[in-house]
Design a protein. Sequence first.
Length: 277
Amino acid sequence: MAVYRYGYDAVVVMAWAGFTAVVTEAVVQKLMKQAPTSDDFSALVDGLLFAFLLPATAPAWMVILGTAFMVILGRMVFGGYGGSPVCAPALGWAVLAISWPDLVDLNGMLLKWDLIEPLSELKYFGLDAISSVTPMSLLLGENLGALGASQALMIVIGGAYLMSRGLVRWFIPVSFLAGVLVAGFVYNFIDPQLYASPVFHLLSGSTLLAAFFLMPYPSSSPTWRLPMLLFGFFGGVMVIIIRTYGIYPDGVPFAILLANLCTPLFDLIQPKPFGGR
């Protein structure tokens, strides 16, 4: 769907991100004298997830640099896949967003397409600017957005498939979406003329991509049920807070990173051992 929406530009971004992730990991593993693990495809998956957070017109040098930072700082510094305390794709996006905000700005980088980027319009021009944006158009990806994050329906299908296979447990995705809905409803209830509906926040930006693919990142999310529920709900609430008060229209990756930093605290909530008091 990203290729259908953005054409060859999408192919270029995804190709550079996937290729750079695999090569960077292999080079760092060689320098660290580790056994190569490129054949497990985890680096390739991280590269694609990182690409899904970028605009289709992101320059190749920025994709390569951001992917390299993602792998080195988000994976290899902590020993490789499975050891990172933060979601690597979100970390890579954060580095680019802070370093080159103009090139990550979806509204400014997607001017060649005659559509709007809903979250940017809401941030800079208010509710009237998104009056024509419907939940169905958001679900079908008929608005501009990050390469893969704006394909809401496809993400839901992919997430549902992963949960049906047991590859992703439902605790984090459902609680994260609940956090977005509850916080969005509170703000909308306070002033419906100023704050967008919770459904808009649910379907716009990279909310769904975070729910099913980034928040449940294996090494940076809790392992027990109650911590997972609290972790997901906290991340969802932070999405709305960052969108409301932050300078970034979306800011979902920042919400993910903040939740990741709290994972050790959530993991302290554990069931009592059998026979313990």
